[in-house]
Write a protein of this length. Structure first.
Length: 123
């Protein structure tokens, strides 16, 4: 059986040849997802689905970020202003919640993930 051909590492600027897609130096670490998986299921609990999320969308029906730009867009997502990172008290703190449209929530999440990756790569 033939093995996969060698290709350059997927990391921008890395010319190391590999069969796995990433060279050992740039292979993504799965630990970050395992860490968040511990509390990811909190979003399926009744306290979130039946209490916190609907109450926040009722209190603040329009996207907070769009409102800062003078737009009136219906909120669909509830975001934690400060990432709770498994801190239950911060997770259920109503003052730590904000209503966002899906586009703004996705943009904020991507920005936070990028910043975390940058911070972790400097360590």
């Amino acid at each position: 059986m033939a093995s996969k051909s060698l290709r350059p590492c997927r990391h921008p600027g890395c010319a190391a040849l590999t069969r796995e897609g990433w060279c050992p130096a740039h292979k993504p670490k799965p630990a970050a997802r395992r860490e968040s998986a511990a509390w990811h299921n909190w979003y399926n609990l009744p306290v979130w689905k039946n209490d916190l999320r609907p109450a926040q969308l009722f209190r603040e029906s329009f996207c907070r970020e769009c409102a800062r730009r003078g737009l009136r867009v219906r909120a669909t997502d509830v975001d934690h202003v400060q990432d709770h990172k498994g801190n239950w008290a911060l997770f259920i703190d109503e003052s730590n919640l904000e209503s966002l449209c899906h586009s703004c929530h996705s943009r904020k999440t991507m920005r936070e993930q990028w910043q975390n990756r940058q911070k972790n790569s400097r360590k």
